[in-house]
Design a protein around this ligand. Sequence first.
Ligand SMILES: [Zn+2]
Length: 74
Amino acid sequence: MSQDPIPCAKCKNPVELGSQYFPFCCERCKMSDLGHWMSENYRISRNLDHRDVDSFDPTIDHPDFDADLDSSVD
Ligand SMILES: [Zn+2]
């Protein structure tokens, strides 16, 4: 038998051994966790405003913001 799969630190899906995203299953989960940590850090230092949102690196996925937009649309 092979080793038990390691659960993704974000979504608990099995993570491939040697994955470049370890301990996450994919880039989305890794970026999601990082983005959450970053947003928490921003909140601690000061409040977010529109300029902060505009200055965010657009190459980084921010699922927390996406979730908020989706819930408001629905
Ligand atoms: Zn995952």
